[in-house]
Design a protein around this ligand. Sequence first.
Ligand code: CO8
Length: 264
Amino acid sequence: MPDFENILLEVDAERAVALITINRPDKLNALSRPLLEDLSAAVDAVAADERVRAVIVTGAGGKAFVAGADIAEISALEGVQAGVEYSRFGQTVMRKLEQMPKPVIMAINGYALGGGCELALCGDIRIAADSAQIGQPEINLGVIPGFGGTQRLARLVGRDRAKLLVFTGERVGAEEAYQLGIVDRVVPAASLMDSAYELAATLAAKAPRALALAKAAISDGIDLPLDEALQLEADLFGMVVDTEDRREGTSAFLEKRQAQWSGR
Ligand code: CO8
């Protein structure tokens, strides 16, 4: 695994789980441009690593998952084009993570604000420590979310709930985030990583192609009109039928034995 200045990357080969830790704790893991470049490269490395079947993303230090995009960098921006380019750059990294054909669990260990909330929204499942604080406070800096937050949050919690959060910039605690549907589970802070690993190991033990196709069906289908989305599901079902793991999984059931997934 490559080394990065702002990211720690570990692979637990036994459990087939990669852990990406955003590692800039002195700045509450704020997403600087070099950090986003490291994250992009880490996502490539994890996507290509055949040992890895599930991924966890968390933040270093006890306090923050990610406290936002780097405000010093935003402060230095001048002109429309610089803003567009900055936003598109961050969006591209987040999209790459979102579209990785392996399940991604966000282990939200503290502040997930602005770009940090936007990063969390790119995962498939979000587990929050009960102490986590989540929000889109950009409005308080005179800006708007620019790493996909206006779109993903509105799709997740509904248009007007997203407006309430983005317009007020108010943070919500983990329990409220759970009630809003922003996070999927809330656990005691001390057991956050155990919970994330337990779920990751459960997912890593599934047939990987089926998992990747299920992810694509849900992630890509949800933004399509229903008839197109159903065609997409049927096309992906066709692909999964043509896998060795489909033959193995169905045979194993009929033969009353445990399936052995080959990943093919
Ligand atoms: N960017 C840069 N530095 C940060 C950030 C950040 N987002 N957040 C914290 N830091 C730094 C602080 O400046 C401080 O550095 P130093 O010790 O050198 O002074 C250090 O981290 C510790 O932070 P605090 O002392 O502030 O810690 P507190 O415990 O007092 O407060 C908070 C914690 C409440 C999380 C506070 O740090 C805070 O409010 N942070 C900013 C939160 C925020 O506004 N986030 C949104 C940023 S904007 C954004 O994400 C836009 C994304 C899309 C961009 C695309 C547009 C083009």
